[in-house]
Write a protein that binds this ligand. Structure first.
Ligand SMILES: [Zn+2]
Length: 228
């Protein structure tokens, strides 16, 4: 089956870093492996799993123990392209490929200086894809790709470091919620992922918060927005 790659197309700088040895049974789960990580990256990977487990439980979803292989590398190229990306999640083999946190220091999402908290939030974004897709099973393809990004960005902002979240929401760049789900489109995502992320978060809040998130995970959004 063709794999689906969830990524963010943002160019990054390269920096070689010393890595910890690969760790199997990471984060206390037999299905989690972490390779090439620095200590701070391994900690952030485990924190992402923990935060999403707690969040899903809070909306009544008991997640299965995660099965995921994290690879942290000096640079990550999106397969089948020559595009350097900060990271991506591959549904084919449940792997997350991430550029080292420090190797992305030139990035300025939302115009903010790169930081450990920011890097951790983008790692959580990829883990959010994993949790959503694991929950949906084979049906995950029925939810359009930009809705998967909508979901992951909403969770990224919802669960990011509280101080960073406060600054981001205060800044907001003039982004507002979409008026209705039918207005959400792939064009908005492709044109400006940073803005789309904020609009996704504000829309989730406006349309019911955790209730909307649960509906989205169960694809209970207007019929026309779900592919068959
Ligand atoms: Zn994504």
């Amino acid at each position: 089956m063709r794999s689906v790659l969830y990524k963010c197309l943002i160019l990054i700088a390269i920096l070689s870093l010393r890595a910890l040895p690969a760790s199997a049974d990471a984060c206390g789960y037999t299905g989690v492996r972490i390779e090439g990580a620095q200590a701070v990256e391994e900690k952030a990977a485990c924190a992402s799993i923990e935060k999403l487990t707690v969040y899903f439980r809070s909306i009544g979803i008991e997640s299965a123990a995660p099965t995921i292989h994290f690879y942290f590398k000096p640079e990550v190229i999106l397969p089948g392209t020559e595009t350097r990306v900060h990271g991506y999640f591959d549904t084919d083999d449940n792997s997350i490929h991430m550029t080292h946190f420090e190797g992305q220091a030139g990035r300025m999402p939302w115009g903010f200086v790169w930081s450990e908290a920011m890097a951790s939030s983008f790692l959580l974004h990829e883990v959010a894809h994993l949790f959503a897709i694991s929950y949906m099973g084979g049906d995950f393809r029925k939810l359009q790709r930009h809705w998967h990004e909508f979901l992951a960005y909403s969770l990224q902002i919802e669960l990011m470091d509280p101080e960073l979240k406060q600054r981001l929401l205060q800044f907001n760049g003039g982004a507002t919620a979409f008026e209705k789900p039918g207005d959400v489109s792939s064009m908005h995502y492709e044109m400006d992922p940073d803005r789309y992320a904020l609009r996704a978060y504000f829309s989730t809040q406006k349309w019911g918060g955790v209730t909307f998130m649960k509906n989205l995970l169960n694809r209970k959004i207007p019929e026309s927005l779900v592919t068959r």
